[in-house]
Design a protein around this ligand. Structure first.
Ligand code: ZN
Length: 218
């Protein structure tokens, strides 16, 4: 069996890996061109994650923009709509949508807006990064399906695309990916006649010292 090829990490990659695993900024001292330098990385993965997600939402049809994810503000409005007495004047289409898709579930004395079908708490847009990150770590950096499954056991309204975007940025997962190795393509040797070509298989014996044992000589 061949040993697994080792990955060489650059300093920043290592800091990023440690920062991602521990969730805190990492500081370390390294030699760069003979100079002792202190590097500190406070890698902000959250900002680019939300930027990309925002871009995705904007690329959707305008009628899905508002209800693709539930923001904290929308969640509060849903809660009010569910508590609103019937017959009171308000945005009827919003109330209709809220009452069709959400319910208030009381847990430990606190009412939370939850999905009407799954009865799982709605995960608001602002909490996506933290929730996905926690669930992804809970499944030991498992793939998309495992992470998504873990999220669904606790929350609702987290789109699959948000998990994809998070996983794309997870440094621990990116570093762990095996490096693709190129396969050697065999090339046939064409010989035009007998003894016109000579082939020698070389075996590297340098690691085996020339030792003659006494009993073998005898
Ligand atoms: Zn990961």
């Amino acid at each position: 069996m061949f040993p697994r090829p080792r990955r060489t990490y650059c300093n920043l990659e290592l800091i990023a890996l440690l920062s991602n695993v521990s969730g805190v900024p990492v500081k370390c001292t390294v030699h760069i061109s003979g100079v002792l330098t202190t590097l500190q990385a406070n890698i902000d993965l959250e900002k680019p994650f939300y930027e990309e997600l925002e871009k995705h939402i904007n690329s959707l049809n305008s009628k899905y923009h508002e209800k693709f994810v539930i923001t904290k503000q929308t969640c509060d409005d849903i809660s009010k709509a569910l508590l609103l007495e019937r017959g009171k004047k308000s945005d009827l289409s919003f109330i209709f949508w809220a009452r069709n898709n959400f319910v208030l579930v009381r847990t430990a004395g606190i009412e939370t807006v939850s999905c009407a079908k799954s009865k799982k708490s709605v995960c608001v847009y602002e909490a996506f990064f933290t929730v996905i990150s926690e669930c992804h770590i809970a499944v030991s950096h498992g793939g998309r399906d495992k992470t998504f499954g873990e999220i669904q056991t606790h929350y609702s309204w987290v789109p699959r695309v948000a998990v994809d975007l998070f996983l794309k940025r997870c440094i621990a997962c990116q570093i762990r990916k095996p490096v693709k190795q190129q396969h050697v393509v065999s090339k046939p040797i064409v010989s035009l006649g007998v003894m016109t070509r000579l082939q020698i298989d070389l075996i590297d014996m340098r690691t085996r010292p020339d030792v003659i044992r006494c009993n073998e000589v005898a």
